[in-house]
Design a protein around this ligand. Structure first.
Ligand code: C5P
Length: 294
């Protein structure tokens, strides 16, 4: 039996850092949104063969470091048995771009193998295993639009806005999440977050006005990422110059995104950005279950 799953990327409509934690992570508040840009994974049951990952990319090689492998391994340890799977990973989501590709691949793996191996683990158990793999994995088990708190693993679904067109721009360099957080810590004087910009975004999403949503885009990690990599700042500035409704960085970077009015506006922005030579994706926000999602 084989299963194919599309694993969506995400953007952060807000990302507020509320403080540091005893475990070394940062306390967050964020609105996360799944988008139609996706990786694809095909799972084939292979009892007794162990876990074999194929495909991937130079930045996400199909070895034991890949979150797909680690998710499959963690799941196989939940129950005695000669579990095995052949997993083909087709990457489209840039790696080290703040788009959550590895986390989404891991979440897709947990859901697909839970089904293929007939483990019957409930969602809260998958959420726990997901959180042990990475802070963003639980979001992808919920998907759509959600608020993430804690270190990112406490996920509350919020009502889906109507689909929004976006242009994702990746300046072609990777940013390591721990490095961006370290830079943030070096520069922060006191933690913001008092205005609860995330709560304001949740209200703006319910209002469904694109301008209202755009007004509340916010990412506390932008100054740190911009200080580490000028091309990220330039990419955001170029999106604003190209006349998107609003723009922000996703996660810890290095990608940025612009909100646009419709598909024609998205294509116009992409045309205006093309001379800069960026990797780009014209896509939409998505609800889950996403196409191909199980
Ligand atoms: O959980 P994840 O593997 O995505 O985290 C990668 C790194 O990002 C952590 O080791 C930590 O340095 C940083 N991080 C953080 N606070 C968070 C999430 C991530 O400091 N809430």
């Amino acid at each position: 039996m084989t299963l194919t799953v599309l694993a969506p990327a995400k953007i952060n409509l807000t990302l507020e850092i509320l403080g540091t934690r005893a475990d070394g992570f940062h306390e967050l508040r964020s609105v996360m949104q799944a988008i139609s840009l996706h990786d694809s994974l095909t799972f084939e049951d292979a009892p007794g063969e162990g876990i074999i990952v194929m495909g991937g990319s130079p930045d996400a090689p199909p070895d034991e470091s890949n979150l797909v492998y680690r998710a499959a391994k963690a799941l196989s340890e939940q129950s005695a048995g000669e579990f095995g799977a052949r997993i083909a990973l087709r990457k489209r989501i840039p790696v080290g771009a703040g788009l959550g590709g590895g986390s989404s691949d891991a979440a897709a793996t947990l859901v697909a193998l839970n089904k293929l191996w007939r483990l019957g683990l409930p969602k809260h158990r998958l959420m726990e295993i997901g959180a042990s793999l990475g802070s963003d994995v639980p979001f992808f088990l919920t998907g759509g639009t959600a608020m993430a708190e804690g270190r990112g693993e406490v996920v509350t679904e919020i009502e889906q806005p109507a689909p929004i067109w976006i242009v994702v721009v990746w300046p072609g360099l990777k940013l390591a999440t721990p490095q961006v957080y370290r830079r943030y810590d070096e520069e922060v004087v006191n933690f913001p977050g008092k205005d609860n910009l995330t709560a304001q975004m949740v209200l703006a999403l319910a209002g469904s006005s694109l301008e209202g949503i755009g007004l509340h885009l916010h990412n506390d990690l932008e100054p740190a990422a911009f200080a580490l990599a000028t091309p990220v700042r330039l990419a955001k500035e170029r999106l604003l110059d190209a006349a998107v409704v609003a723009a922000s960085m996703s996660g810890s970077g290095s990608s940025v995104f612009g909100l646009v009015r419709d598909e024609a506006h998205a294509n116009l922005i992409a045309d205006r950005m093309r001379p800069a030579g960026y990797w780009m994706s014209v896509c939409q926000t998505v609800c889950l279950p996403f196409e191909g999602e199980i």
